[in-house]
Ligand binder design. Structure first.
Ligand code: GLU
Length: 331
């Protein structure tokens, strides 16, 4: 019999470790249960892999921040560099799961499986989704074919690429969607069905890494809307943002007065990326806004929160808009 593959499970909290706070099923607190308690709830995991655990954080993922990202990336890389570890599973809240997955996808160097997993219902809820999601995540991480595909997210019997996944629903267990490019695969009670490889650079082929990563620069997101003024853009620049992502209307558009503010921001040395609040499509250069003239960067396919992650990392290397634009075509 083949020896079991060895995984390290890094816990960060989230609803998968959440417990209801009262007698009714409404209120709950994320990140309440230990990782040991989560594993104990799924004894079937013992047949899938030999699992060692490490608690990296105990937070709801709305509190995920740059410092925790870097700490998590360092612990993930350390686990992956250990010769006896075959893969990593990270438990995480679903609110900012897509950002953490994309961050790790860009900075972790590995061909081993790295799987993020969360749940929409707290561990104490009726029909909690965490135990099956955890079982499936461990099954994926223990499967050699899951390596070399970048960071993956497992939830609701689906496997998502870090670059494609987005949370699209406040509460439903089918919240994750991978838009135009689709799923990385399906996982049915631990049985994998993997689809095509990811389309852009990741992990082993990424130019970013956790080694020597300087402090991440401040990048803010400003949400566009009818009647958008310039005040929030000006405020972000005053607050010290080195980059701005505009969650633009439609094809990454913003009002004339906001364009003027963003142009002033570029002149002040701030990188401005146009993304879209629509949740789909490609933001291309020079359609209704002359990016060449104004010095803006188009987010291509990245939603605002992922554009922010790439811009933060990009700004650790360059402030040239043309070079930053190329990153949005590469990742
Ligand atoms: N706010 C929680 C979190 O992101 C809820 C989401 C979840 O884990 O499902 O940690």
């Amino acid at each position: 019999m083949q020896p079991l593959r060895r995984l390290r499970l890094l816990a960060t909290g989230g609803t998968i470790a959440g417990a209801q706070t009262g007698g009714d099923s409404r209120g709950y607190r994320a990140a309440t249960l230990s990782i040991e308690a989560l594993i104990a709830a799924v004894p079937q995991l013992a047949a899938l892999a030999a699992i060692e655990v490490e608690q990296v954080a105990a937070i709801g993922s709305q509190d995920m921040d740059d410092t925790t990202w870097v700490a998590l990336a360092i612990r993930t890389q350390a686990a992956l560099d250990a010769p006896d570890i075959d893969g990593v599973v990270i438990t995480h809240g679903t609110d900012t799961m897509e950002e953490t997955a994309f961050f790790l996808n860009l900075v972790v160097r590995t061909a081993k499986p790295v799987i993020l997993v969360g749940a929409m219902r707290p561990a104490t809820a009726i029909s909690a989704d965490g135990p099956m999601n955890l079982y499936n995540a461990v099954a994926v991480a223990a499967h050699p074919a899951a390596g070399g595909r970048g960071v993956l997210v497992v939830a609701n019997d689906e496997i998502h690429f870090a670059r494609e996944i987005a949370k699209t629903n406040t509460t439903q267990i089918g919240t994750f969607d991978s838009g135009h490019r689709g799923l990385a695969g399906l996982v049915n009670a631990g049985r994998l069905h993997l689809y095509g490889p990811p389309v852009r650079r990741h992990t082993g082929a990424s130019e970013f890494s956790v080694t020597g990563l300087p402090t991440l620069p401040r990048v803010d997101i400003v949400y566009a809307h009818a009647g958008m003024g310039r005040e929030l853009i000006d405020a972000a620049v005053r607050a010290g943002a080195r980059g701005l992502v505009i969650a633009g209307v439609g094809d990454g558009n913003l009002s004339m007065v906001a364009v003027a503010a963003a142009t002033a921001a570029v002149r002040a040395g701030v990188a401005v990326v146009r993304s879209s609040r629509t949740g789909g499509g490609v933001v291309e250069r020079n359609i209704e806004i002359n990016d060449d003239e104004l010095g803006f960067i188009a987010a291509d396919e990245l939603n605002p929160q992922k554009a922010r992650v790439l811009l933060m990392l990009g700004l650790t290397r360059t402030h040239e808009a043309a070079e930053l634009q190329q990153l949005f075509y590469r990742y």
